[in-house]
Design a protein around this ligand. Sequence first.
Ligand code: PMP
Length: 369
Amino acid sequence: MRDSARVIAALDWSMTQIHNFGAGPTGLPLAVRERLADALQVPFDHAPSLLEVSHRGARFLEVSTRLRAGLRTLLGLGDSHEILLMSGGAQLQFALLPMNLAASGTATYLESGHWSRTAVAQARPVSRVEIVGSSAATGFTTLPAVGPVPSDAAYLHYCGNETIHGVQFSAPPTAESPVIADLSSEIFSRPYPFSELAVVYASAQKNLGIPGLTVVAMRRDLLERSPRSLPPILSYRAWAEAESMPNTPATAAWLATMEMVEWMLREGGLPAMAARNAAKAAAVYACLDRHDCFETPVAREARSSMNVVFRLVDRAEEPEFLKAANAAGLLGLEGHRAVGGMRVSLYNAIEMSSVEALVAFLDAYAQRG
Ligand code: PMP
């Protein structure tokens, strides 16, 4: 065994609790897990559970109504925006947005990391595309500014929080054209000026529940842009007309998101989420900053409160570090395969007690002698 591996292995970790820092799919609040488990209980009369009945029946339509009501409350949006509950993940939106909204005009993008770059790649086959600001030159450790935008810009797309690179916009960029935000890894982590945005979308498997549902809030006037030539299943207008049920929805994901949204509201809504998330991120960054053995590549002003990325100065020690973290019950700390290193995801479901366990582990690692 390498010396460093021996040292880490010697740290005395009693595995008392599991802490899930995965980037998504990831942990749900215990209260949500319990409610989902209850929803599947077999009652004495063997009546079907919510996941075994038609999505068009009264029982599931109540889920839909409660889900929409909760989303509207958290988004703080009145009637200006349509809420679409879609399938196919955020990546399908990468393609649908240019197909529907940039049939004429140029789709413009801020490139701030892996996900905004992927959004550009999905748009290129179907639209004229221009990147109007990029932080590629810094390896996506800073945030791009908006440069000159073409006069026929159909929209400006940005990714609010880059889940892999760990950079986050503190506020939406401003532009004359409609602004579209991929908030997949930060939605509802803090109050946000949703009403300033033309489109906000997020896949559910981070702050909103489990995979299968993508929430899209779209300004109603934009629905008119969907070309009539599009197959209806790819058309936002058709999804709105079908009240988000042109086909069978991912009922389990809708139910999980309903529970997540109602949990957030019970916990005090977005101000409460923001206070907790700020405290969690501050504790993790402070720990990483006070020890020389850790490196945080992201510029301070661009640091994400949701996905904290870091490296060990001694890169060779990272595999053993991750193994020891796992053994200590700290799961999901591997960085994305595209960048390596480590990543701590601090979504709404993560408790401060989990952060304290992580910080204790990091402190002990740093002081291992
Ligand atoms: N955007 C962001 C910011 C993401 O983090 C992810 C996935 N982690 C995606 C888009 C793609 O999401 P999906 O897998 O739901 O297509």
